[in-house]
Write a new protein. Sequence first.
Length: 107
Amino acid sequence: MDTIRGAIENTVSISLFNNGYADRIFEEVKQCGAKVVMKNNAAECVLMSPEEYVRLLDEVNDARLLAEATRRMSHFDPEKLLTEQQVDEALGLTPEDYADISEVEFE
């Protein structure tokens, strides 16, 4: 029953926008979360705050990064690891090549 109630409370007809209730609808979105806009008895779009939209984009991006990390780790072979010295030798780098480079900070 809560699902039906939530669906009813979180939908809004496009005709309400056409009748001048946009400000009220936007305020409800700020207070209560996303609203599904219905047009001709079909979902037309979803209204949400910019903060919620960015949060969802971040969540999707995090999920993609996790999936990629998981995929990469599934092929991880510690026997194939190279030391910093081996990489430098393969690339022809010497300690002098690093002399003018500042430290990199990772978060």
